[in-house]
Design a protein. Sequence first.
Length: 70
Amino acid sequence: MPLYEYQCNTCGKDFERIVRFSEADLTPCCPSCGYQDTSKKISAAASFGSSSAGPSISSSSSCAPGGRFT
Ligand SMILES: [Zn+2]
């Protein structure tokens, strides 16, 4: 069963809820204030498949100071 994130529009509470497919269109009540004015967040957990491993840090010190006093 998918886990959805919701946010309460009344008190701003974030909460997660496991929702069955038959209940996916229902709006759950806020566990904090009890109002049903909640909105489902878009869960992007399934779309993080191919993440490139960050920026490659090139540690070539090409701009070394050339001022050398002898
Ligand atoms: Zn609430």
